[in-house]
Design a protein around this ligand. Sequence first.
Ligand SMILES: NC(=O)c1ccc[n+]([C@@H]2O[C@H](COP(=O)([O-])OP(=O)(O)OC[C@H]3O[C@@H](n4cnc5c(N)ncnc54)[C@H](O)[C@@H]3O)[C@@H](O)[C@H]2O)c1
Length: 443
Amino acid sequence: MKITVIGTGYVGLVSGVCFAEFGFNVVCVDNNAAKIAELQNGDVPIYEPGLDKLMLKNSRAGRLTFSVDAKESVKKADIVFIAVGTPSKPDGSADLSYVYKSVDEISSFINEEAVLVIKSTVPVGTTRSVKRFLLDKGVNVDVAFNPEFLKEGAAVEDFMHPDRVILGIESKKAKKILSHVYRPLYVFNTPIVFTDLETAELSKYASNAFLAMKVTFINEMANLCESCGADVNEVAIAMGLDKRIGDKFLQAGPGYGGSCFPKDTSALVDFADKLGVDLPLTKETIKSNNRRRMKMVEKILLACDNDVKGKNISILGVTFKANTDDMRDSPSIDIVNSLIERGANIKIYDPSFSDQARRIFDKVEFSANAYDNCNGADVVIILTDWSEFRALNLGELNGRVKNSLLIDLRNIYTLSEVNASGFSYCSVGRTFKKLESRKDVRE
Ligand SMILES: NC(=O)c1ccc[n+]([C@@H]2O[C@H](COP(=O)([O-])OP(=O)(O)OC[C@H]3O[C@@H](n4cnc5c(N)ncnc54)[C@H](O)[C@@H]3O)[C@@H](O)[C@H]2O)c1
C-alpha cells in the first residue's frame, strides 16, 4: 500500500508518520520547501511529543520520505490524503482555497485506481464538490472523507489509539482501501464507522462545536463560582464523575483557542446560516468565548489594583495549550497584548520555545526558564498549563519576585499550597483573597 499525504502540518505530518509506523510506504508532500528540507534532514518543524522518534525510526526504515514534488508519489499512490489547512476567512467561513489548489495540482497525475481522501476539516458538501471538480477536469477518482480528531500535544497517541475512526465513503473501493489502511487499529478494537460523505463531514464540526460548548459552559460556571463561593474545580469533578457528562474539557480557564475550535465553530455557523438553519447555541458559544479573554484581562487588572502600568509581569506559557508550540488563536495573544497596551513590562517563558510566539510578541523579552522569568516580577501569570508549571518551587519563586502575586488562569494549584509559600493566589472560579502580609509569610 502506497500512501501520499499532501500537507505536512500538525495533521498531515502526524498522519504520515503514523501510517508509516503502521507499516505502509508513505510520502509526505508540502509546498513549503523550507519545511521539507528540515524534514529531510530529520528535524521536526513542530513541537509534538513522540513525533521525532517515530519519524526518525520510519525514515530510517525507508518507509517514510518527504518531497516538495507530488508528481512521482501521487502517480503511484493507492491512496492520497489531503491534509492542508482550512483557515477562517474574515467572514468566518472556511477558506477552501488550499484544498482546491492541492487537488488541482495533483489532478493530472492521480491514478484513477487510487482513492482521494480529504482529511482537512471541510464544510458539508465539500468532498462531493471536490469529486465534481475532478470530473470537470476529466478525472474520475473515488473520493472519501476521513476527519481527523487528534489533539495537538497528544497527537501521536491520539492517532495511534483513537476513540474512533470515521470514514465517509460512497464506493466499495474506498471502503476496501480505507479498511486496509486502518486495519492495524482493529487490534485495539477501535470502532471504525463507515458512513456517507456528508455525515462524516458534519461529525467533525459537531464534535468540535460540542467540545467548545463544554469548555464555555464550565467557564460560565466559573463566573458563577466567583460570585457564590463555590469552587469550579470541584464542581467540574462532581459533574465529570457522571458518565453521561464525562470529565474531559471541563477545565475552567481563559477560554478555548488553537487552530480548530475557533475556526470550526465559525465555519459551522456559516454553512448552517447558508442553509437557513440557526445554531443559537454555537453562536453564543463563540460570543461567550470571545468575551472570555477580556474577562481574564479584567481579572488580572482587579488583582493588580487596576493598574499594571510600569509593572513587571512574568507570563508563564503562551501557547494555546500545553505540549504544543502552536500559537494560532491562543488566548494569550489578546491577554498579553492588552496588558502591553496598558503599559505593563512583559517577560515570557514558554517551554516549547515557540518560534510562532517570538514572531507574535516580537518586542517582548523571552526567558530560558520559569525562575529567571520571575526575577523582579510584580505579578506572575500562568497562561498555559504546561506540566513543568505544576511543580514549581513556589518558595524559590517567591524569593525572586518583587511582589508575591500569582495569577493562575489554568487552576493548576490550590489556594492553600500557594498561600503557604507566601503568594497571594488569584485563580479562575475560586475565591481570591489577597494575603495581608505576603512578604512576612515569605520571610
Ligand atoms: N491542528 C489540529 O490539531 C487539527 C486537528 C484535527 C483536524 N485538523 C484539520 O486538519 C487540517 C490541517 O490542519 P493543520 O493544523 O495540520 O494545518 P497546518 O497549517 O499546520 O498545515 C498545513 C500544511 O499544508 C501545506 N500546504 C498548503 N497548501 C499546500 C499544497 N497545495 N500542496 C502541499 N502542501 C500544502 C502547508 O504548507 C502546511 O505545511 C485543517 O483542516 C484542520 O482544521 C487540525
